[in-house]
Design a protein around this ligand. Structure first.
Ligand code: ADP
Ligand code: MG
Length: 345
């Protein structure tokens, strides 16, 4: 099959730890055609959606290490029509550009897109997780989203938790996630002004969430494929940070899913699949869902490293991609045959 990865630029890849590179290498190993582009490379050429692609020339032998694969990759530039690919693997970082989705809308019936455009539209920021549970379901910690400063301050004062987390709707990698302690509220007005009001007069929503006790011991990243967990790891924050993100200095350890975490996956898996969110990374603390990452969930290479006997998460993901593409091709073939039957009648 031919796969187009819509992602961050090739030269921004970390050849040691990049999950997207692991997925690309797995495709190359299986002999699939590969092209990469960024969302900004999408183009309409004579009414057909194209992309300025970086095409990976086929390799005689695909090196087993990620670093060697990255170094050896022989690339060329070419403009290619997106509907000619069998699959589009979306791996760009947030925020999601709605215009980019409009480009992809034009090919969504021709190409299998992971995650689905509907799913990405719905889950492109933290509101998707914030509205996941209701007051009785206990899936997520008590969460408020608002632009109303007075409302938010009242929630902090009324909350039973003595610590809370404040985060922007659109961050990733731990950016802007701060801890608020009830005992030190003198800065809260200024902080909320900073998060809510932009210098041009526009405003942002913020998320206020009960701090989950035990978060200083780390959080759990679980990768779910088609609603089922395929790998997990524990991320432990560095000594001078409350956030567990690896990009914020967290370190990674092996983790076997607890009963509660397995039950959480069972509970949320069907909704994820129903929303077209086939490959996601969830962040879990104390059995509670903190975030659903749908755009470019990472962790593949770390999970591969911490597990013995060795696992290769990327193999499962590409197996799934191949099966989805096959389903689509068979459906096209079937339709072509049936059309012919009617035409010949
Ligand atoms: N409610 C919470 N309680 C405790 N820690 C939290 C909470 N929410 C976030 N964190 C910490 O901050 C990190 C980043 O938050 P998250 O919501 O996953 O945003 P990001 O998109 O930046 O990863 C989490 O991995 C966790 O370590
Ligand atoms: Mg996170």
């Amino acid at each position: 099959m031919n796969v187009c990865f819509i992602m961050y630029p090739w030269d921004q890849i970390d050849p040691e730890n990049d999950s997207t590179l692991a997925l690309i290498k797995e495709c190359a190993k299986r002999g699939h055609g590969l092209a990469m582009c960024t969302p900004a490379n999408l183009t309409i050429r004579n009414s057909v959606t194209n992309a300025f692609c970086t095409v990976l020339n086929r390799m005689e032998k695909v090196p087993s290490s990620l670093r060697a694969f990255y170094k050896k990759a022989d690339l060329r530039e070419e403009m290619l029509p997106l509907a000619g690919f069998d699959a589009i693997f979306f791996r760009a970082n947030p925020p999601l550009d709605p215009i980019m989705l409009n480009f992809l809308d034009s090919v969504k019936d021709d190409v299998f897109i992971i995650n689905s455009l509907e799913g990405m539209r719905e889950a492109n920021n933290k509101l998707y997780t914030a509205a996941f549970g209701d007051a009785h379901s206990n899936i997520i910690p008590a969460t408020h989203v608002s632009k109303n400063k007075r409302y938010l301050i009242r929630q902090i004062k009324e909350s039973k938790a003595d610590k809370m987390i404040l985060k922007p709707l659109n961050g990733y990698g731990g950016s802007g996630v701060i801890l608020i302690e009830k005992s030190a509220m003198s800065n809260i007005n200024s902080l909320l002004d900073f998060y809510i009001t932009n210098s041009d007069g526009s405003s942002n929503y913020v998320i206020l969430q009960d701090y989950i006790e035990g978060a200083d011991q780390g959080d759990i990243r679980i990768l779910l494929l088609n609603g089922e967990p395929i790998g997990a790891m524990k991320r432990v924050p560095g000594s001078d940070d409350h956030r567990s993100n690896v990009s914020a200095g967290g370190s990674v350890q092996k983790h076997n899913l607890t009963k509660t975490e397995k039950a959480l996956c069972k509970q949320i898996g069907p909704k994820l699949v129903n929303d077209g969110l086939y490959f996601v990374g969830i962040d879990v603390i104390g059995g509670k869902l903190v975030e659903v990452n749908v755009m470019s969930p990472g962790g593949i290479t770390y999970m591969n490293k911490v597990y013995k006997p060795k696992v290769k998460i990327e193999e499962k993901v590409i197996d799934f991609l191949e099966s989805k593409v096959l389903d689509k091709l068979q459906a096209f073939d079937r339709r072509a045959r049936l059309r012919k039957t009617v035409e010949d009648a």
